[in-house]
Design a binder for this molecule. Structure first.
Ligand SMILES: Cc1ncc(C[n+]2csc(CCOP(=O)(O)OP(=O)(O)O)c2C)c(N)n1
Length: 894
């Protein structure tokens, strides 16, 4: 055995006492002090010695976890304010209905899935919240935000039945669509828009989203936009879920921002899907140290009131000694076995434990519950969390996975996947929870329906009425926000007249101008993840300030400069630091504020596009699920416009990913004028019409001449395609289509084709291949269902009608322009930047990926030569004239 000494060196404790006399002196001194001055004085001296030992490097740092016991001792518990017996009966009924829901869905439909064991473990936690803490939207000061553990949703539905919010018919449609009458598997605002608020189905997203929602409530309050001071965010999560980096990644932010409006309740049933979360360790202790280390207030609830008496008898602290020495794998086995086994394998192993438990029968041992199943202990913890000031609180509640499932799942490794119990197990479940069910009811999995005027139904309704109404419940009413006319702020972009500029700069200018609008301005939330300077946004630091709950406690080094780093309590810009996951969560909070707080905000999160859909795509998916409204600006996008940066920064696929998010409208504008039109359109859709969509717009940092908005082009820009250059002359002709920064390259290619090859060339700016494809798919579907009438023509087919070759070129992978391929009848050549990005200049990168003007000319000539429109040797001559590397390997091979 040893302890850690100076510089981390382990100092061995001597096995043999080299100086027994000296030792005896110290021990006698301690005994004398205890006798003469009392135990407090003796303990004080021991504590001082310990502290000095630490200072001398003899002892390790104090552990960040406390003993394996309830943080709140019985004497600090207040009387339980509810009707315990009734609440327990209600919980038993909910347990049954949740179980029946899953079993019935699978019995009737075979493969619908669902979970029983998780809700069985979290039922008391949910119920305590529902009956005493979670405030509904009509509570004075506003409602709470509750993130529910997703696969425990059956319990939430069961409660909604009891409250009269759902019917048994709907419960029977669990995990089905049923034309909108079904119940979704997990919390999905998209599928059940007036019920669920927060999608939590993807582990880890709930925790980080919850933290940033709590922070955004503060932001709204500090900026004077909404009175959110009395609202609280609750997140009920699994202990296994805490392994996701997103779950823990933002803990320090929550503590730093002193988010005492935030409580996590971690359902520590010690299991995840495959088995124990920490078989060889203790997840509760580990989480305590992680949360405490991050600055959270930690409240542990490992043991129920059943243990209070044993703790009182345990003068030698044998319980704590043995708890500390028991790993979770063993706790699980103890949980899965009966009282006799627990007596032999836990209480029987230590003489002190044997003594304090001697009066207990095996049935009583079996009945010793864990803290998370005890309303009184949970109440004390929830109350402490609500009262705590200055830091967020985590409640670590120890529970049993599959509580009540007996041999079919209680603390069993197979519990998570268990979807059915056999008849005997169902009957034991019925008996254990004293459910009002006859044998036939058990066999037929009858839902327990209580009359509206039953004591249980009246109780839950009264509780919810006191707490401000039902929950979960999602609202979507926010007064529309007036959007200024585009001419008032976007003149510079609409009439750019060839002035060189990058679209990133245009975006920042547009946003800054909008922020000056009296009505809309305050609703804009600019968000960056430590890249404001990269995107030329540093002037916003001074213009609108960086939000900080404490203002600025120091004089910034650059005080007096135009770009001063100004933090302020009512700052508007959210500077998140290097956390794309955090920034995206912040964006989600702002983008759902219309629903969560009834105040529509307009977030603009600007980021390296490579670190968007690719890095935090699942967070974007969750934002889509919760009907986010706002702008995501993917800057430095494309594989060749971000020169020099290389493989991990050059984004070639975000638009392909964005195209797969149904309510994301993605654009890759080439010009500031197009960008202005898209922003104007987006703001009107989201803020004026209240549409549940969000916009992904890519912007570039390449300076090139900006075209003014062609007359009447706005509608076409929104649809996704407009002609920016007509073809000159007759004869052979091609159509060149591109998006973003490749459009200027196309204009050059068109000049080459006309001047050097006598080929007429049109240039089209495809502001959105994905919007074009969506419209075309919709037309195609319409035609399929209306075979008897003249087929309709999609917008893209109408623009690119005829058989003149089309060359579609992209700074992204070919799959992006390829989205329109099925809808274009003309011969179509796709050029794109498939492969890894490279570090080089723009010109060389475009040459490497074969998407520059010369390769486009070659592609156009090749397409024309195939259709006999030009001399067959033209392509060969182009290869020679432009010295194109015809024998290089494919750029996308590695
Ligand atoms: C990102 C992600 N990975 C995996 C899953 C699949 N999954 C759903 S629940 C679960 C286990 C959850 O364990 P825990 O958080 O301990 O909750 P418990 O059910 O034990 O209460 C897993 C792996 C998921 N939903 N999301």
């Amino acid at each position: 055995m040893g302890v850690e000494g100076e510089a981390g060196r382990l100092i061995e404790v001597e096995a043999v006492d080299p100086d027994p006399l000296e030792t005896q002196d110290w021990l006698d001194a301690l005994r004398d002090v205890a006798a003469a001055r009392g135990p407090e004085r003796a303990l004080y001296l021991i504590a001082q010695l310990e502290e000095r030992g630490r200072q001398l490097g003899l002892l390790p740092r104090a552990p960040l976890y406390s003993a394996y016991e309830n943080t709140i001792p019985p004497e600090r518990q207040t009387a339980y304010p509810g009707d315990l017996k009734l609440e327990e009966r209600i919980t038993s009924i909910l347990r049954w209905n949740a179980l029946a829901m899953v079993m019935r869905a699978n019995a009737a439909h075979g493969e619908l899935g669902g979970h029983i064991a998780s809700y069985a473990s979290v039922a008391e936690i949910f119920e305590l919240g529902f009956n005493h803490f979670f405030k509904g939207a009509d509570a004075p000061g506003g409602g709470d935000l509750v993130f529910f553990q997703p696969h425990s949703a059956p319990g939430v539905y069961a409660r909604a039945l009891l409250e009269g919010r759902l019917t048994v018919e709907r419960l029977a449609k669990y995990r089905q669509e049923a034309g909108g009458a079904g119940l979704s598997s997990y919390p999905h605002p998209w599928l059940m828009p007036s019920f669920w608020q927060f999608p939590t189905g993807s582990m880890g997203i709930g925790p980080i989203n919850a933290i940033y929602q709590a922070r955004f409530l503060r932001y709204l309050k500090d900026r004077g936009l909404a009175a959110t001071g009395g609202r609280r965010v609750w997140g009920v999560f699994g202990d296994g879920e805490m392994d996701e980096p997103e779950s823990l990644g933002a803990l320090s932010l929550a503590a730093r921002e002193k988010l005492d409006n935030l409580t996590f309740v971690i359902n520590c049933n010690l299991q995840r899907l495959d088995g124990p979360v920490r078989g060889n360790g203790q997840i509760i202790q580990e989480l305590e140290s992680v949360f405490a280390g991050a600055g959270w207030n930690v409240v542990k609830v490992p043991w129920s009131s059943d243990w209070d008496e044993l703790f009182a008898l345990d003068v030698h602290r044998a319980l704590l000694r043995n708890f500390a020495a028991t790993v979770d794998g063993k706790y699980q086995t103890l949980g899965a076995k009966d009282g006799k086994y627990n007596l032999e394998h836990f209480f029987g192993l230590d003489p002190d434990l044997k003594a304090i438990s001697a009066h207990l029968s095996t049935a009583e041992i079996d009945g010793l519950r864990r803290g998370g199943h005890d309303f009184e202990k949970l109440y004390a913890a929830f109350a402490a969390a609500s009262e705590f000031r200055g830091a967020p609180t985590v409640i670590l509640a120890k529970t049993k996975k599959g509580f009540g499932m007996g041999a079919a799942g209680e603390s069993r490794n197979i519990a998570h996947q268990a979807k059915k119990l056999d008849l005997d197990a169902l009957k034991s479940f019925r008996d254990r929870f004293r459910l009002p069910l006859a044998d036939d009811d058990v066999a037929s999995l009858r839902f327990i329906e209580l009359p509206e005027d039953s004591a249980e139904a009246r109780y839950v309704r009264a509780r919810r009425a006191t707490l401000g109404g039902p929950l979960p419940a999602r609202r979507a009413e926010a007064p529309p926000v007036a959007v200024p006319r585009i001419e008032t702020y976007a003149g510079f972009a609409l009439s750019a007249d060839g002035k060189p500029m990058s679209t990133t700069m245009a975006a920042v200018r547009l946003m800054s101008a909008l922020m000056r609008d009296e009505t809309l301005g305050p609703r804009i939330v600019p968000i960056v993840a430590d890249e404001a300077r990269t995107f030329g946004m540093a002037s916003l630091f001074r213009q609108v300030g960086i939000y900080s709950a404490v203002g600025q406690l120091y004089e910034p080094e650059d005080q007096g400069s135009l770009l001063v780093y100004r933090e302020s309590k009512d700052g508007q810009l959210l500077e998140e630091g290097i956390t794309e996951a955090g920034a995206l969560s912040s964006w989600t909070a702002a983008a759902t504020s219309y629903s969560v707080s009834g105040v529509a905000m307009l977030p603009f999160y600007i980021f390296y596009s490579m670190f968007g859909f690719q890095r935090v795509g699942d967070l974007i998916w969750a934002a889509a699920d919760q009907r986010a409204r706002g702008f995501l600006l993917g800057a430095t996008s494309g594989r060749t416009t971000l020169a020099g940066e290389g493989l991990q920064h050059q984004d070639g696929a975000s638009h392909v990913a964005a195209a797969a998010v149904p309510n994301c409208r993605a654009y890759d504008p080439a010009f500031a004028s197009e960008l202005a039109v898209i922003l104007d359109h987006g703001m009107r859709e989201m803020l004026t019409k209240g549409r549940d969509c969000f916009y992904y717009v890519t912007v570039m940092n390449e300076n090139y001449p900006q075209l003014s908005l062609p007359q009447g082009a706005a509608e076409a820009i929104v649809k996704g395609l407009h002609r920016v250059r007509p073809a000159g002359g007759g004869g052979a002709m091609v159509r060149l289509v591109a998006s973003g920064a490749i459009v200027p390259e196309m204009l050059e290619a068109a000049n080459l084709l006309e001047n050097e090859w006598a080929v007429a060339a049109e240039v089209w700016s495809a502001t959105s291949y994905s919007e074009l494809a969506r419209e075309a798919q919709s037309v195609e579907r319409w035609n399929r269902f209306h075979p008897e009438v003249e087929p309709r023509r999609s917008y893209v087919a109408a623009c690119l009608e005829g058989d003149r070759p089309v060359i579609a070129v992209s700074d992204y992978v070919r799959a992006y322009p390829g989205l329109i391929a099925p809808h274009v009848a003309a011969p179509l050549t796709l050029l794109g930047a498939d492969g890894f990005g490279r570090s080089d200049t723009r010109a060389r990168l475009r040459d490497f990926f074969e998407i520059d003007r010369f390769h486009v000319v070659l592609a156009a000539l090749t397409a024309l030569a195939r259709s006999d429109d030009i001399s067959p040797d033209a392509p060969r001559r182009a290869i020679e004239r432009y010295r194109l590397a015809h024998d290089a390997p494919d750029p996308w091979t590695v």
